[in-house]
Design a protein around this ligand. Structure first.
Ligand code: SAM
Length: 217
């Protein structure tokens, strides 16, 4: 096991020990299907981050637990996910606990007005209705400080068999028929928002096909 994977496993084991069996299983399994170590490398050390669609908070909490970042603000539309994230954050040391915040949001109006060193959108866009994707992305881009970074990762629509396997995953786990957001469209929106592509990488794990893009301001 790589040291990055072992470190994520430790975060999942320590922080989600009292979570439901399903949440525990999902957090422990997440680093096997998602390139978490690649994501960590894109996050500037000491950053204050905004994690949009943070889910149960594994990535944010790992970054705080390992002292990679100064602090995190995570938002999600799912109150169950935010509840899991808050419970996990309660298991951080006294010194680190106050460096995380998790909030339920109903839309971008509920997002903080402030800007961050890094804004993360990890595996959330394929869950977002097509009609609001552009607005949501542009609102996220607005929260990136000058010199800051937007880290965007989503599932690829190609090859079709991998995309179909991921659709099946989301049908079972999220009970949602997801649609993919083309990376060219995301790059266009980023250009519109004045962000420059600094990394574009694909990655396959098991049957999942990932695509990571970093945009700098
Ligand atoms: C596959 S999970 C990814 C969670 C986390 N980012 C990770 O990588 O482990 C996608 C999350 O996006 C959230 N989500 C979907 N649409 C959203 C929206 N419009 N605003 C905020 N969160 C959203 C879902 O509730 C879900 O928790």
């Amino acid at each position: 096991m790589s040291s990055a994977l072992a470190s994520f496993q430790e975060t999942a084991r320590l922080l989600y020990a009292e979570a439901s069996p399903l949440v525990r299983f999902m957090q422990r399994g997440r680093p096997y299907i998602c390139p978490m170590d690649l994501l960590v490398r894109q996050v500037p050390a000491g950053a204050q981050i905004f994690d949009i669609g943070c889910g149960s908070g594994l990535l944010s909490l790992h970054l705080v637990r390992t002292n990679h970042i100064r602090g995190s603000m995570g938002v999600d539309t799912s109150s169950d996910a935010i509840e899991s994230a808050r419970r996990a954050a309660a298991n951080l040391s006294d010194q680190l606990r106050g460096r995380t915040q998790f909030e339920v949001v109903n839309g971008t109006d509920d997002w903080p007005d402030s800007q961050f060193d890094a804004v993360m959108m990890i595996d959330m866009m394929h869950h977002v209705p097509v009609s609001i994707r552009r607005t949501l992305f542009l609102e996220a881009a607005q929260r990136v400080k000058r010199g800051g970074r937007l880290i965007y990762k989503d599932m690829r629509s190609q090859p079709v068999w991998r995309a179909s396997m991921n659709r099946l995953h989301d049908l079972v786990m999220a009970r949602q028929w997801i649609t993919y957001c083309p990376s060219e469209t995301v790059r266009e929106w980023a250009g519109e928002a004045g962000l420059k592509l600094s990394l574009h990488q694909t990655y396959d794990a098991l049957w999942y096909a990932h695509e990571l893009m970093s945009f700098d301001r």
